[in-house]
Structures are given as C-alpha cells and as structure tokens.
Design a protein around this ligand. Sequence first.
Ligand code: SF4
Length: 483
Amino acid sequence: MCGILGLLDLNQPVATDLYRGGLALQHRGQDGAGLITFDERFHRHTGLGLLNEIFRFQNLEKFPGSLGLVQLRYATAGEGSVEEVQPFTLTFPQGLALVHNGNLTNDPALRKLLGQRGYRRVNSLSDSETLLHVFADALTRNRALELTGLPVPIQRSSDNEDLFEAARMTMMTCQGAYSVVMLVADRGLLAFRDPHGIRPLCLGTAPGRFAFASESVALDVIGLELERDLQPGEAVFVDMEGKLHCRQLINPKPAHCVFEYIYLARPESVVDGHSVSEVRERLGQCLAKRCTRRQEIDVVLDVPSSAEDAAITFASASDLPYRKGIRKNPYSQRSFIAANQALRAGMVGTKFLFEKRVITGKRLAVIDDSIVRGTTARRLVESLRKQGAYQVFFFSASPPVRYPCVYGIDMAVSSQLAASQRTAEQMAQDIGVEHLQYQSQADMESCLPGLPLCTACFSGEYPTDVNEEELAHIGEARAKVSV
Ligand code: SF4
C-alpha cells in the first residue's frame, strides 16, 4: 500500500517534517523508506527497514531544501531490493522525483511500450519507476525537438499546462491504482490520483506550507490542516510561490478502497471525508446487530490494533464487557504487511501478549478486522486456548476475503486467501473456534454511506478492466517479493 508525503515550505527546510510525517505513515509500509529534498540538486537516500532505522533526526541537515518527498515502502512487486525503494528520480526532463502508492495493472505493457520508443529503460522491477517514465515521456513529447540535439530554447509554460497535460496523458496510459506526488525541480510539487481514486491522497495547508499525504494523520503531526482529498482523476500543483493550481483532468469514476477503513489506515485519519475510527465503530455495531450468540459470551476482546474501535462498539451494543485481553507487543511490526508467509507466521508468534486473568475460563468474543490468510487467527486462537479460554467466538468486521487485490495490497494470490474456497463453518473449523461470524457486504457498505467503493477483494467486482494475464503477472510479482 505504501505511505507517501510531499512537502513544500516557503520558509524553512522540509527534511525534519518529512521525517516526522513519515513516522506517522510507518504503518503503511515497513519494507523500506526513502527521502529526497531539492535545492539546486537532489539530495536522496533510501534503505531497507523502518524509517528510524535508515534516518536519524540529527543527520537530517544533510537534506537541505524547501521541497521534498518521503515514502514508506510496502513491497507488492519487484524483488524487495533497495533499488526498488522510492523516491525514483530522473534528471531529464526538468528534474523529476516521484513517490507512488498503488499498483499499475498494465505495467508489463507499459514497459514494452517505453522500450519500443528506444530511449527509455525502466531499470528496476518497480511499477513506480515505470509510472515516472510514462510521465516523463509525456512531458518530453511536448519538447520533442530537444531530442534532436538542436539548440531549441526550453519552452516553460507559465501556467503549468505542460505538467497537467503530462499528468493527463499518464492517466490515459496507466491502469490500476496510483496516488502520486512528484517533485518538479525549481517549480514545485505535483500530485495526482487515478480516475477511480482507489488509494487515498489528501492536501494539507498552513501559512506558507503545503503538503500532499496518504493520510491526514501525517498532516496533523507536522501541524498542517487537512484542506481536502484530491478528487479521482484530479491533479493539483503547488508552485514555488505557494500558489495552488487544480485541474480535473479526466472524468472521475470513484471506487475508493474499502480496506483502507477496515485495516490499512490509522484510526485518527479522515479519508475521503470519513473518519476511519468512526467507520470502524459502525462496523462493530453492525456485527453486534447480527450476532445470534450474545447469551453465550462473557467478555469481548479485540485483535489489536485495527479491530479495537469495532470491538468497543460491539461490546456496548451487546451490553457485554470489553477488556484488553490481547495486547500488541509495541516492538513488533504489522504481520500482515510482512514480506512473506514464513516471516508473517514468525511475527504473529511474537506480536501478541496475553492477559491470562481476562481469558482463563471465559467464553470470549474475539473481534478482528478481517481474515485474509488465516495466519493470525489460527495462531491467536491457539494461544487463547493455551491461556485457558473456555470457548472462542470469532467475529470478522469485514466479509470473507475471496478475491485477489490487484491494486497494491498484499492479497494478490487467490490460493493464499483462506476464505476463497471455504464456507464460514469450514473456516471456523480451520481456525479452531466454536463459531465464526463475518460482516455482510451490505452492512459493510452501509458504514460508508454515499461513498463509491472498491470492494473487489470481497465481491470480485473490479473497478478497472483486469484480464487473466494481468492477474497472473501480479500474482507472480508478489511471489517474487515473498521468496
Ligand atoms: S480489492 Fe480490496 S484491498 Fe484491493 S483496492 Fe479493492 S477493496 Fe481495497
């Protein structure tokens, strides 16, 4: 999924705030991180691991400049190497740096197309680098004469139409999910969102300061106000004088990822006009409304931490006590976004700490945000039994995940999705619980009234055209990361 943040500050260097805002987005990607600033030239550093393992506060003065980007990488394509960590840069045309959240479903076709032109090579397996080349190619085409080597004066559009036109051509060419922030050397920050607005991207402002971020929580941390979300198919450019230029480049067909609200985003964030924690509270209430086993439950627990809000409202709507029986080890990373199954299984074993006095001899309602591979649920239920749980009733705040996600979430291989070939009863047996209740699709959608959603991993209805070949390619790409 990735976390991205771009910042322009008219009064001071941006590196420290990029770092602080990046820490607030760490939950979106733990495979690697990269930071770039610009002051006459690019200052870039990337690495594998967490942001605070790669950068130190005290070293940030090595990144001068009032324009910059940071990215927290969550690898769903490529080989997981440091060469694939963003930001990607190109020195021609103009000087461009890019951070991207999402996944291009037509990446192989785009690489081929760029290769056929004969003057561009995508050097990594990352689709984000492809996206940068597509944009650069579009921007260059307006200046095709320069490629002849003749001394043609560079025509810089005073109203930034060249950037908007390049973004529009990128949207016409790229398929899939892409929320993008680009640093355009000497000119400013450009942000755009695919015509479906699958991944989030918002604009924040403060006097003399402008930011584009995956989630509003990053804006809060660095003292900017959430202005608004970018519209699907819209581009926004902020120039070096702090003027905002907005263009709707392509007809929007909104389909916002529902999984952002269920699991991915921080509860403090507001995404596309909806408070994430409030949506989770509603999910808990809907689960309680359909629960037929209320009389058999002694206590409600959440699987930390994205199910916490749902568990609290489930308990209050059911008139049951909510307790912290499972706590998250604060030094453990998010197991869902670990790169492979072996890592995930190992991490689940160290991720949770248990409060025996809350668990022993009790009939537990355990609320989780979702069941994807079943890894967490299986290990967790085993541990609860070891702690003396009498019975375990499991509730998933989302419907069964049955279809792969091709838009940048690590659910790209059908065979790894626990519910893809099992009924709720079979899943209950598989994870070892007395009873399993999923959220219904209609109830889930009712928690986000008026918001057009992508629900493809639950319903199989993809907002973009996805053919079998692309599905297979994305599955293979994911398998490479997981090796
Ligand atoms: S398929 Fe699921 S995880 Fe992927 S974008 Fe759609 S709702 Fe989100």
